[in-house]
Ligand binder design. Sequence first.
Ligand code: ZN
Length: 144
Amino acid sequence: MAAMLTTLAAGPVLAATCDVEIESNDAMQFNKSSIAVPASCKQFTVKLKHVGKLPKVAMGHNWVLSKATDVQGVATDGIPAGLDKAYVKHGDARVVAHTKVIGGGEADAVSFDVAKLKAGESYAWFCSFPGHASIMKGTLTLSK
Ligand code: ZN
């Protein structure tokens, strides 16, 4: 028993889970509403899947992360950018990370430096496809 405890103490710290998979569908929904990012992660990866069948021009989804207070502005300014630019304004500094827009059966992933997140700040993520942000959204926090 003593040997086992010694091994545990000397072993590597249990790795935090530094990624999350989120599903989106033809009913304009994400299957999650909150994400906790462990502060011990260097990078965090979001894997977005579209489990529906509709094409991206009709029911496209992406995952866009910003401060909660910036969501409305990022969403509004992203619409003119169009589908090819993932409905994100080019060079928008308010955007922490985003995936491309995907359609049914497709997937995309994005990784970002956890150092970009500030403790105590409220972050939010959403789909910037026109008309989706008010329903397809969630929160993200930096956890210890
Ligand atoms: Zn969407």
